[in-house]
Design a protein around this ligand. Structure first.
Ligand SMILES: [Zn+2]
Ligand SMILES: [Zn+2]
Length: 313
């Protein structure tokens, strides 16, 4: 099986490099591995050296996942914090009368960090054994770019559908009050607020991000951990940018009209109803759950037209 072969690549390299272990520094492992594996590219050698140096695949994936999540989440939020602090950008802010204070941002970051270190840590630990049980690859060489792009496209489309339905369900009275209300603390969101949510919500909506690829690999037998990382990084960018509160003339939604972007989700936070999808606009458009004044006007006009046509009959 392809995955067994690929994963065994690291095991194979491991045996070849016996004697090099955690007491050897990472740099030495990388240099030794590079000598005998000229067919691997630089990134693949870095990746394989990491697994060999760690000597524990579960721990290697867990540590790498945690660090990646923290760097991307907080790293991506910093530019938005700077933008919030610069009055020049206020003209692009969707709810420009509501700029978050440093105190609000700090409180939000503290809760997010706490949930990353408590609720998410065991899940990150469990990810490797579960994913490899379903044959996910994490060996070298990496899959071709076209395959990575294809898998990520599938995940974006499926996750958006998952998010739409479960997020919509979370707006049902008791579920909203007990679970989702926390995420709606900020009616004018900002980047850091993307993961400001209850652990139940994080698990439910997080399944769309992590669970869908696991279901995919269990059915198709094809998925590499690198693809999973690129997917999660892109989805984190999507979530943080959607919460940024800024819509620029060069924002992606102006290039891809079906891309949701910040103005879609900002309206959701402002109005509390409508715009439930994460990445794309099609679910809200087709099921008539778009939020905002324009959408309400259209709905009103549609209803009036229906009433008029009934009267005319
Ligand atoms: Zn909501
Ligand atoms: Zn939100």
């Amino acid at each position: 099986m392809a995955s067994a072969m690929l994963n065994s690549t690291i095991a194979g390299l491991n045996t070849a490099l016996i004697g090099l272990n955690t007491t050897t520094n990472y740099q030495t492992v990388f240099e030794e591995l590079s000598k005998s594996n000229v067919h691997l590219n630089y990134a693949e050698r870095l990746w394989a050296s990491w697994y060999i140096w760690m000597g524990n695949d579960v721990l290697a994936t867990g540590v790498m996942s945690f660090i990646m999540h923290e760097i991307v989440y907080f790293g991506r939020s910093i530019p938005w914090m700077i933008i919030d602090a610069l009055p020049y950008f206020n003209k692009y802010k969707l709810q420009n009368q509501k700029v978050p204070t440093w105190k609000e941002q700090w409180q939000c970051a503290a809760l997010v960090l706490l949930s990353h270190c408590t609720v998410e840590l065991p899940q990150i630990w469990l990810f490797h054994p579960i994913a490899t049980y379903f044959n996910m690859d994490y060996g070298v060489p990496f899959p071709p770019a076209w395959k990575i792009a294809m898998h990520i496209t599938v995940f974006f489309i499926c996750e958006d559908a998952w998010h739409y339905w479960f997020h919509r369900a979370l707006h049902y009275g008791p579920l909203y009050r007990n679970i989702h209300k926390l995420h709606h603390t900020y009616s004018a969101p900002f980047g850091l607020a993307a993961e400001y949510a209850s652990p139940i919500e994080a698990m439910l909506l997080g399944f769309g991000i992590v669970g869908i690829p696991i279901v995919w690999v269990s059915v198709t037998g094809e998925l590499h951990l690198l693809t999973m990382y690129i997917w999660i990084i892109l989805r984190l960018f999507q979530a943080i940018d959607a919460h940024s509160g800024y819509d620029f003339p060069w924002s992606l939604r102006h290039i891809l009209p079906f891309w949701a972007g910040a103005d879609h989700h900002d309206l959701h936070h402002e109005r509390f109803i409508g715009n439930y999808a994460s990445s794309f606009r099609w679910w809200d458009y087709c099921l008539d759950t778009e939020a905002g004044a324009d959408a309400s006007k259209k709905r009103r006009e549609k209803k009036l037209a229906e009433i008029r046509s009934k009267k005319a009959q």
